[in-house]
Design a protein around this ligand. Sequence first.
Ligand code: NAP
Length: 309
Amino acid sequence: MKIALVGIGKIALDQHVPAIATSPDWELAATVSRKGTVDGVPSFDSMDHMLDARSDVRVVSLCLPPVPRFEAAKTTIEAGRHVMLEKPPGATLSECHTLIGLARQHGVSLFATWHSREAAGVADAQAWLADKTLRKLTITWKEDVRRWHPGQDWIWQPGGMGVFDPGINALSIVTKILPDPIHVSSAVLEVPENCQTPIAAEIDFHHPAGAEVTASFDFLQQGEQIWTIKAETDEGVLILSDGGANLTIDGKDMLRSDAFSLTGEYPRLYAQMARLVESGRIDMDLTPMRLVADAFTLGRRMPVAPFVE
Ligand code: NAP
């Protein structure tokens, strides 16, 4: 199937282009970006131009930041094309619900991707936790924004999510591996004086059986970068590290892959998109985004020093 890629920035070039190139399902037939291009692929500077000119492109993958994504998705769905959304699937929950309604109305597939759920250790972690009693779960997601998000000013603007841009990946994993639903019970958000979004956050969650569930997000981490989820249960301790790529149970390696590299995550997302299009389905799980919205609703803001890149 011919696919167009929209928003040719870091993730499009790092992951989407190689995943499409190696997929048996897809051919990258067009790009839409104001500045970015992909060698050898026809490029357009607006969605409307691409959709008008390329009736052969039936599927569009949106790699834009969250705020411009809704208009691009709406235009694409109304043109009768299937849509794949980078995470988070929109800037607000309401936008996402509107897109679900539009996709149903126009009979197209819509996919809210959560790439971290495709990390190598996630399915085994989910299976192991399914019959255990959880006592404590600790999320530690600490990375250096200057290293991983250079020049991405949108992260600090309304809708950009700040430290929840990576933090939502942890929440996407936890909401997949835990058999029980959790919700935010309190949060503290550290917001730089010159930014609209948090640079750090501490979150407590309610767990139906009373397990202690917490998250600690930091965007100013120096030295070792940490993307770890630790689950303490009645039958042992599970640790998912490197963003879900590695899994240990009671200190024993169950799975050891390359350090955090997203390897395999995007090919699995594109394979799932092919199945959705073939079967005409919508996959829009908004649970991770709901937790972020709750943290923003309930969280106590603490002003902190301005952020200077
Ligand atoms: P990025 O490097 O800033 O790229 C986004 C691209 O979107 C830009 O290059 C820009 O290309 C285009 N764009 C269109 N309208 C824009 C606007 N109003 N503001 C800024 N850019 C605009 O961002 P990214 O890291 O690829 O992230 C994009 C999405 O992927 C985010 O939702 C992010 O959470 C997700 N994601 C990122 C990573 C990662 O490691 N970076 C990993 C997984 C998921 P033109 O200027 O050419 O139009």
